[in-house]
Write a protein that binds this ligand. Structure first.
Ligand SMILES: Cc1cc2nc3c(=O)[nH]c(=O)nc-3n(C[C@H](O)[C@H](O)[C@H](O)COP(=O)(O)OP(=O)(O)OC[C@H]3O[C@@H](n4cnc5c(N)ncnc54)[C@H](O)[C@@H]3O)c2cc1C
Length: 465
């Protein structure tokens, strides 16, 4: 079915909704496109921790009026909240009206999740998802000396370093045994932890928050946190404890939903063929293992929105899934990963070998050189690259993206060893850490094979006896 004179409604004007709209504008010129967004403005969420940290001054630079973004186009913007969808009649109801559609795109995003902890509603406790959250946190910093961040994932660490910029006494509380536990293996997480603690951020791991407590002298205000029955004072608490897909509208409309979000096929169609979904509200597939996960990154939301747009316009767009590529910056340390961690690989049944390198971003003699770490995870059987974990003072994103492409192409240890890189002292070190890490994995793999062979030989001699 073409889209000539068709009515397409997009719910939500975040990264996913915008990407869908922009693709449709290009590919489906005759369609009647409407975006329904309950907020007045568009803003990306990724810079919010850096607005709090002061690297970006004020919120004005990141906020855009949605009408301005689509000026000169026929896209209709409605500022309203969608309350329900009726897939049988192809209609939806907002607070103010009922609208008909031929195609519907659900790009409703996600909301911050706060675990049920006593006192989490006290004044001075926040989550970070919106501009309003950002403004409230910035205001609170002025009268604060200490802050606690609950959750040591990427955003939690970005927030912790933002607080450190304001010279607050910062503690990160992480329930897992190591920080960034969903992105890194313990050995790599230690590098990040050592750097952060060395720069004054306190980290409590394997620690459970029992309660947020009220100040004695100011009713209703946060005074601290009880962690494993010990009290830590704090003027400000931020929950960075995950997100939940905004999938209630879909669920109420009997569209298939899982605990990760709205269920879609590889063309981004929901269980109702003329209703598509993209962004943080959907469940996607991890490419290497087929495991179902929530889509929680802006990079994915943008790609998914694009694919949904292509398919509605009559094209053939396929969303293959995610490699969980992520980069972040905590204080002056850049960190990133792609593919599987060693733990994830083992859970998926792989035997792994990890190539490890610690080097510098430039030759030792060159001024301003910084530390750099890379772990490359390979499958012992096929020698295929499975994942990469990278940290350093600079250059991390380039290597994460290089490894991500290598994963996408199914590159092996041999491909990595023969990687043809460039070099100049003011820019990088040589040999490339990508090759050095692969060489380390190659040595380990040979050792492992020798040990295995020796064991087999021993067994053979025993059985012959
Ligand atoms: C602090 C922070 C830092 C981040 N940093 C990074 C990063 O560095 N890199 C990265 O890749 N990702 C990052 N992310 C994740 C990234 O921001 C999200 O993946 C991305 O915003 C998802 O886009 P979306 O369009 O799916 O959802 P959203 O941005 O949540 O947009 C959904 C929109 O739908 C609207 N909506 C919902 N329901 C309705 C309704 N019923 N009616 C009308 N409108 C509705 C909402 O108001 C919202 O504007 C970060 C997220 C946060 C919170």
């Amino acid at each position: 079915m073409g889209t000539k004179n068709k009515k397409i409604i997009i719910i939500g004007c975040g990264d996913a909704g915008i990407s869908t709209a922009v693709t449709l504008l290009r590919m489906s010129k005759d369609a009647e496109i409407t975006i329904i967004e309950r907020e007045k403005y568009f803003y990306p969420r990724c810079p919010l921790p850096f607005v709090i940290g002061g690297e970006i001054v004020g919120t004005k630079k990141i906020i855009k009026k949605i009408e301005d973004m689509f000026s000169g186009t026929d896209i209709k913007i409605i500022h309203d909240t969608v309350l329900s969808i009726n897939p049988e009649e192809n209609t939806l109801r907002t607070k103010n009206q009922v609208l008909e559609y031929d195609y519907l795109v659900m790009a409703t995003g996600a909301s911050s999740h706060v675990p049920p902890i006593k006192g989490s509603n006290l004044s001075g406790c926040y989550t970070l998802r919106t501009i309003e959250d950002t403004k409230k946190i910035i205001k609170r910093i002025i009268d604060s000396e200490s802050a606690i961040v609950i959750g040591g994932g990427a955003i939690g660490l970005e927030v912790a370093s933002a607080f450190k910029n304001h010279n607050l006494d910062v503690t990160v509380i992480e329930i897992m045994d190591y920080i960034m536990g969903t992105s890194f293996d313990p050995g790599f997480s230690n590098i990040i932890e050592e750097y952060l603690t060395g720069n004054g951020i306190k980290i409590l791991k394997g620690a459970k928050v029992n309660e947020i407590t009220e100040r004695q002298d100011r009713k209703g205000e946060v005074g601290g946190v009880i962690v494993d029955r010990k009290f830590i004072p704090a003027d400000l608490v931020v929950f960075s404890t995950g997100i939940r897909a905004n999938s209630e509208l879909a669920e109420d409309a009997k569209i298939k939903v899982s605990p990760h979000g709205i269920v879609i096929n590889e063309r981004l169609q929901t269980s109702i063929p003329n209703i598509y979904a993209c962004g943080d509200c959907i469940e996607i597939k991890e490419i290497l293992t087929g495991k179902k996960v929530q889509s929680g990154y802006g990079t994915q939301a943008d790609r998914e929105g694009h694919i949904a747009g292509i398919n509605i316009a009559g094209g053939k767009g396929i969303f293959e899934g995610t490699l969980n590529s992520v980069v972040t910056k905590a204080m002056d340390l850049e960190v990133g990963r792609t593919g599987l961690t060693q733990k994830e690989a083992k859970e998926a049944g792989y035997e792994t070998v990890v190539g490890v390198v610690k080097t510098k971003t430039k030759p030792d003699y060159y001024p301003g050189t910084k530390d750099f770490w890379m772990h490359l995870i390979f499958d012992v059987k096929s020698e295929r690259l499975l994942g990469a974990q990278i940290a350093g003072g600079e250059d991390v994103v380039g290597y994460v993206n290089l490894a991500s492409m290598a994963l996408q192409k199914g590159n092996t240890l041999e491909d990595t060893l023969s990687f043809k890189y460039s070099y100049a002292p003011p820019i990088c070190s040589a040999p490339s850490p990508f090759v050095s890490a692969a060489e380390n994995a190659y040595k380990k793999l040979n050792r492992l094979r020798k040990i295995k062979k020796a064991k087999e030989k021993k067994l053979d001699v025993k059985t012959k006896k």
